[in-house]
Structure formats: structure tokens, C-alpha cells
Write a protein that binds this ligand. Structure first.
Ligand code: ADP
Ligand code: MG
Length: 451
């Protein structure tokens, strides 16, 4: 009966609300017109009884049950989330995730079990953010408040926040850890206004030990939500409770955010996740490949393919993951290892989309500027070493960063032959492997061009 009521409920209240509030519930019994609902926490049962009794009655009635009331039993033992997924027809992906084993997460948004510290690959661009996240996850005295994490899309902000929540809950099951997006914060606030439950709303937020609000830029321009957020924030800071905020840019850069909020957000520790570099992308790919191999045993992607992906898909880690996933699926269909040609074919759309719009001319300009030589010399015929090396670097970057063919690149280097370009590209590849300084230089130029 409950299995049938679940999708009804989800349809009635929307997937987000369902996942947040109702997925952890189960039906114990129906007796004398009352449905006895099992609920993992008191907190949740209060909230659900106040806000969702009606939809629960409706959903059960539609299943043919004679229900007029709901009562709640707080079952602290085995959480009600442990319902086998198969019991519910066509569970949404989100709802399925919510059913993964979870601690008493009260009103927190569901956590993705894959987003742990163990699964987070650390490299130069994210090491600071990672270290700060680790520190906060350990608990202990609050040393910086808030921790403000910012960075572009798909660089691991949400992953880190979930990892913090998991770790903190594992270390201290009593701690009230609350993770939600700024959008959910606003949604709940508006709902509380509508339903005249603002006091509950305030109470709820002000009694947490660790509050994490993801993508705070969302509340920019939303005045009453900002106001409420500001008060919540202050109340928690005053009580010495840790707050973690993420955004897609630094506090000062968020438009339409009140100054007092900007300055509040800036008074803790601000760390940014830098765009990934080649090394980090490659380690992430390697780590994900190891994970995928558990799903697709026996399949392997060649190192060349991984390097190619790390070079070509620079936009964000989510896209990188998607590409890898597709390759593994493809490889398992074909029943064999995938080479570069097939990779290019299989990922043509992704590669096109992530093709950096860097031109050969831009690369030449940047390289000339970097080595302090004239552009005309860079593409000209002179063979002195001080020119030849930067020229080869420019050729290498042109090959790596644009989709121009060797002859096309040759034409842009004063009409050189494609074999000359190929030689230059190979030379730099070789040198990079042994000359760390040069490799760094090339990396630096690449990053400057990508920015
Ligand atoms: P953001 O919130 O910054 O937009 P996410 O945290 O959602 O980014 O990350 C996007 C995807 O990339 C997620 O699947 C995440 O697990 C993965 N990811 C990002 N950074 C890393 C990393 N350093 N190691 C492993 N996976 C990562
Ligand atoms: Mg995110």
C-alpha cells in the first residue's frame, strides 16, 4: 500500500519536497481510520505532521485505504529509509538516493553517498579548499566562520560540502548537520511565510550545529530571503556554530547581494577552487576509471585516451565524468578496449562543445609576449634557439588547444610544412617529460590561454 502511495505523494508535493520530507517515512499500520507513520526523527515527524498530513491522507485514500488521520511513531532504530528500492515502482533517481543509508539527517537535503573525502581527488587547484573542508569536518573549535568556498561550475563545491556533512555525522552522530541549497532555503522560507510557520522555520535553522548553504548566489536580488538568511547567519555565528557557504564567485563579486551580507560572508575564511589543471584532470580520470571498472570489470581505457580527455575536456569535472561514463558504456558494448579514434568519434559532441575557442593567433601572441620576443620573429624564419623553442611551444599549444590540422597550423606559422609542426609538437612533448621547468611554463601558458 505504501509502495503505491509513494509515487502519489511525490506527485502531490513535488519531487523536492518528497525527497526531503517524505522519502524517509514508512507506513506501520492503518487502524480505525488512522495511518500510523514511522518516522526516523521527532523533528521530521513534527514537520511532516504539520505540513504533509493532508497529502498523506489523500495519497493513501487514492490507494483505497480508509484513512482520515495520521499519527506518527518515531522509530529511532533502523531508519525507515531502508525500504528496498524495488518496493517502489519507478523511483526517481533522487528519491532512490534518499533511500541510501543515512543518519538522522533531520531536514537536511539528501546527501549523495558518492561525494566523500575518499572520492575527492586533491591537486594544486583544490588543495586549499580541501584542507579547509577537512578541518571543518573534524569539528572542534570554530576557527573560521564562515568557511566560504567558491569556484566555477563543476569544480567540486557540492562534493566537498556533502563530504563534510558525511564526515561530521560519522564523527558525531548527535551533531545537527544541515545541508541545503540557497534555493531550498528560499523555498522553505517562502513556504513558511505562506503557511504562517515562520517561527518554526527560524527555530529549525537556529538550532543546528553545522549549517551549509550551497550556491548562495541564488538569493541575490531576493530581498526577504536575504534578510532571513542574514538573521539566521548571525544567530548561528553568535552561538559559535559553524557555517559553510558556497557560491560561484567571491562574496564581493556577487551582484545584488546586500553589502552587510557580503561583509558578513567575508569575515571567515574564503577559499576558491581553481579551474582544474591537466594533472588534476588526469588524476580524477584515473580515480574514476578505477571506480568504473567495478561496474565494467575487465574493461580498461588506455592511458593515451585518458590523457587525451584530460587535455581536451577542460571545462568542468562533471563533463569529464560524463565523457568517461559514455566511453565505458561504449567499450562494454563493443566488448573491447577503446582507442583514440573511437574516443573521438564517440565523444564528438562533447569534444566540439568543449573545444576552446582559442585561435592559433592568440596562442602565438601569448607565447611571444611570455618570452618577450616579437610576434614576427616567432612565426618568421630565424632559427636561433631563443626563437625556435618558443616557436615549438606555440606549435605544441596550437595542436593541443585548437582543432586545426597540422597543415593549417603550418600555414599560420609562416607557411611551414606539416612535418615541421609535427616535429615541434613531438619535441615539446619529449622535453616536457624531462624538463620540469619547461613543463610548468607550458602549463602556465595553457592556463593563461584558457582563462
Ligand atoms: P560544483 O558544486 O562546484 O558545481 P560538484 O561538486 O557538483 O561541482 O562536482 C561536479 C562533479 O564532479 C561531481 O560528480 C563531483 O563528484 C565531481 N568532482 C569535482 N571535483 C572532483 C574531485 N576533485 N575529485 C573527484 N570528483 C570531483
Ligand atoms: Mg554545486
Amino acid at each position: 500500500l505504501w509502495a503505491g502511495a509513494r509515487p502519489e505523494l511525490e506527485a502531490l508535493v513535488g519531487t523536492n519536497n518528497y525527497v526531503t520530507w517524505l522519502a524517509p517515512l514508512s507506513l506501520r499500520a492503518i487502524e480505525g481510520g488512522a495511518a500510523d507513520i514511522s518516522c526516523p526523527t521527532r523533528f521530521l515527524s513534527d514537520w511532516v505532521s504539520r505540513h504533509y498530513s493532508r497529502p498523506i491522507i489523500d495519497a493513501l485514500s487514492r490507494q483505497g485505504a480508509a484513512v482520515e488521520r495520521v499519527s506518527f511513531t518515531v522509530a529511532t532504530g533502523r531508519p525507515a529509509t531502508a525500504i528496498p528500492a524495488a518496493a517502489s515502482p519507478a523511483p526517481s533517481a533522487q528519491a532512490a538516493r534518499a533511500r541510501a543509508p543515512q543518519r538522522d539527517d533531520e531536514m537536511s537535503a539528501p546527501l549523495d553517498a558518492r561525494y566523500t573525502f575518499d572520492n575527492f581527488v586533491v591537486g594544486k587547484p583544490n588543495e586549499l579548499a580541501h584542507a579547509a573542508a577537512r578541518r571543518v569536518a573534524e569539528g572542534g573549535p570554530v576557527t573560521f566562520n564562515p568557511l566560504f568556498l567558491y569556484g566555477g561550475v563543476g569544480l567540486g563545491k557540492t562534493h566537498l560540502m556533502h563530504a563534510i556533512a558525511c564526515e561530521r555525522r560519522a564523527r558525531d552522530p548527535e551533531a545537527r548537520v544541515l545541508y541545503l541549497s540557497a534555493e531550498q532555503f528560499m523555498y522553505r522560507f517562502v513556504q513558511a511565510l505562506r503557511e504562517r510557520t515562520v517561527m518554526d522555520f527560524k527555530e529549525m535553522f537556529r538550532t543546528v550545529d553545522l549549517l551549509m548553504v550551497d550556491d548562495v548566489q541564488f538569493i541575490a536580488g531576493k530581498e526577504s530571503t536575504q534578510e532571513e538568511f542574514f538573521h539566521t547567519f548571525n544567530a548561528l555565528v553568535d552561538q559559535g556554530k559553524q557555517i559553510i557557504i558556497s557560491a560561484d564567485r567571491a562574496p564581493g563579486e556577487i551582484k545584488d547581494l546586500e553589502d552587510r551580507i557580503k561583509s558578513r560572508l567575508s569575515c571567515g575564511l574564503i577559499v576558491d577552487l581553481h579551474p582544474t589543471d591537466y594533472e588534476l584532470r588526469l588524476s580524477i580520470l584515473q580515480s574514476k576509471t578505477d571506480q568504473f571498472r567495478q561496474t565494467y570489470p575487465g574493461l580498461q581505457l588506455g592511458q593515451g585516451v585518458l590523457e587525451f580527455l584530460a587535455h581536451r575536456i577542460t571545462s568542468n569535472v562533471r563533463v569529464l565524468e560524463g565523457a568517461l561514463q559514455r566511453l565505458f558504456a561504449f567499450a562494454s558494448l563493443m566488448g573491447r578496449e577503446i582507442d583514440l579514434d573511437m574516443t573521438q568519434e564517440c565523444l564528438a559532441d562533447i569534444l566540439r562543445a568543449s573545444d576552446r575557442k582559442v585561435s592559433v593567433e592568440e596562442i602565438q601572441r601569448k607565447v611571444a609576449e611570455h618570452y618577450n620576443i616579437r610576434l614576427s620573429d616567432l612565426v618568421g624564419p630565424k632559427r636561433v634557439r631563443t626563437l625556435a623553442r618558443p616557436r615549438q611551444i606555440a606549435m605544441y599549444l596550437a595542436k593541443q588547444m585548437t582543432s586545426r590540422s597540422l597543415p593549417e597550423i603550418g600555414r599560420r606559422f609562416g607557411g611551414r610544412d606539416h612535418t615541421t609542426i609535427m616535429h615541434g609538437v613531438r619535441k615539446i612533448e619529449e622535453l616536457c617529460a624531462e624538463d620540469h621547468g619547461l613543463a610548468e611554463d607550458v602549463q602556465l601558458l595553457r592556463r593563461a590561454l584558457e582563462a
